[in-house]
Design a protein around this ligand. Structure first.
Ligand code: UGA
Length: 434
């Protein structure tokens, strides 16, 4: 099939590469000329393992094209994806202006029998409204045009996005006609993944519910970790014991210094905002958000207490991105950590394999290094914020000779406390009773 993908962001690019890999011809459309120029040289605007290489191959094979104008490809497309951003407004409501602009552009040029796919994460009810908006625009035109609109949320994890796009655990398709359903089966026939067909609204809600539930697991563990600390229990062992129950499962029970990223915080805000408008409050999700907002402070206050103050202390922050294997720092806990330390007048040196350039733009005055050992040199305390392999696998034995004080605060419970203590470190983790 021929596919047009509007929006060359994270989701748009990952989706494009996956469809092209499965043999479809994909046109990526973005108004940002610089971005399109870069993509034509196989340069991605973000870091994600494996995508740039595959993109390069697919361009050479003539499967993937980058253009700035929908008009150049619309005649050839069977399917048009909307993959533009839906950032949070101040009130937490999803900003739909990019989705609406893309829909208008499609409406003015759409040909009969084309299918529009909503892949951007939009509040429940939006796809139907956009469909109606397109229908009204299309009616202004003289030709008789029938089209379909399908909701097809994405479940990509940053850092593993290519794998998730090529081998999805499930494909959720909200669609309303048999004709659209058959097209979806054809589109996804080589993916070998189960497809769940639903209504538009169900598909939209599944996306928010899945992210909210995963975030709920994390905040539950993070809050429980605070109690574990008080009563001398170890949250890691508790998670292990809970996860062995197949009804609970072992994933997303890892307590830490809070969740971040471009998805969980934004989607939770949007679902809470929708719930308020509809007067059906989501108390549990509100608590999930509250726990996350206070998790950094909880750990930092503990650090402050154990170090008897932070003023003028040299603190090495290890990890800035919201999780490993990405350069994304959106809503990263590291930003709240830096804020806290700056308020306390600490001296900061930060290491991260991919995130330094982005954080530097927000905090130009702190020190950065691309070498973890440089960060550790002379540090009076080490604070692990992101569990990058480069950080976990530091030679902690020799590192002990370069730090000023062997004091480590592990915000991801990524190191083994007994090993660290045997090496002579004072180790403080999240909810492990110390
Ligand atoms: C998340 C979902 O996992 C994807 O399924 C979804 O498609 C995506 O959002 C999206 O909506 O686009 P992502 O934001 O890439 O993916 O990151 P996750 O791996 O879910 O991690 C989110 C945050 O939770 C990270 O800060 C991570 O450190 C934290 N986390 C995760 C924990 O603190 N504990 C855990 O046990 C797991």
């Amino acid at each position: 099939m021929n596919i047009g993908i509007i929006g060359a962001g994270y989701v748009g690019m990952t989706t494009s590469v996956a469809f092209a890999k499965y043999g479809h011809t994909v046109f990526v459309i973005d108004h940002d000329q610089d971005k399109i120029n870069q993509l034509n040289q196989s340069i991605l605007p973000f870091y994600e393992e494996g995508i740039e290489n595959l993109l390069n191959e697919l361009v050479k094979e003539g499967k993937l094209f980058f253009i700035t104008n929908l008009e150049e490809c619309i005649d050839q497309c069977d399917i048009l994806f909307i993959t533009v951003g839906t950032p949070s407004s101040k009130e937490g409501v999803a900003n739909l202006s990019f989705v609406e602009a893309a829909a208008k552009e499609i409406a003015s040029r759409i040909k009969t029998d084309q299918v529009i796919m909503m892949k951007s994460t939009v509040p429940v009810g939006t796809s139907r409204k956009i469909k109606e908006m397109i229908r009204k625009e299309v009616e202004k035109r003289t030709e008789d045009i029938s089209f379909e609109l399908v909701s097809n949320p994405e479940f990509l994890r940053e850092g593993k996005a290519l794998f998730d796009a090529l081998y999805p655990e499930r494909i959720v398709v909200g669609c309303e006609t048999e004709k659209a359903r058959r097209k979806m089966e054809e589109l996804y026939k080589d993916f070998n993944s189960p497809i769940l067909f639903t209504t538009l609204e169900d598909a939209e809600m599944i996306k928010y519910a899945a992210n909210s539930f995963l975030a709920t697991k994390i905040s539950f563990m993070n809050e429980l970790a605070r109690l574990c600390d008080k009563v001398g229990a170890n949250i890691n062992q508790v998670a292990k014991g809970m996860g062995m129950d197949s009804r609970i499962g072992p994933q997303f029970l890892q307590a830490g210094i809070g969740f971040g990223g471009s998805c969980f915080p934004k989607d939770i805000k949007a679902l809470l905002a929708l719930a308020n408008v509809e007067e059906a409050p989501l108390h549990i999700l509100q608590a999930v958000s509250n726990v996350n907002q206070t998790q950094v402070n909880w750990f930092m206050e503990k650090m402050e207490q154990q170090l008897s103050g932070l003023s003028k202390k040299r603190i090495a922050i290890l990890g800035l991105t919201f999780k490993p294997e990405t350069d994304d720092i959106r809503e990263a806990s590291s930003l709240k950590v830096i804020d806290f330390l700056l308020r306390r007048n600490a001296s900061i040196i930060a290491f991260d394999p991919k995130g330094i350039e982005h954080v530097k733009k927000i905090y130009p005055s702190i020190h950065y290094t691309s070498n973890p050992y440089e960060a550790l040199k002379g540090a009076e305390a080490v604070l692990l914020v992101t569990e990058w392999k480069e950080i976990v696998e530091v030679d902690w034995e020799s590192a002990k000779d370069i730090v000023a004080q062997p004091f480590i605060f592990d915000g991801r419970n990524a190191l083994d406390p007994a090993t660290m203590e045997n090496l002579g470190y004072r180790y403080v983790g999240i909810g492990i009773g110390n």
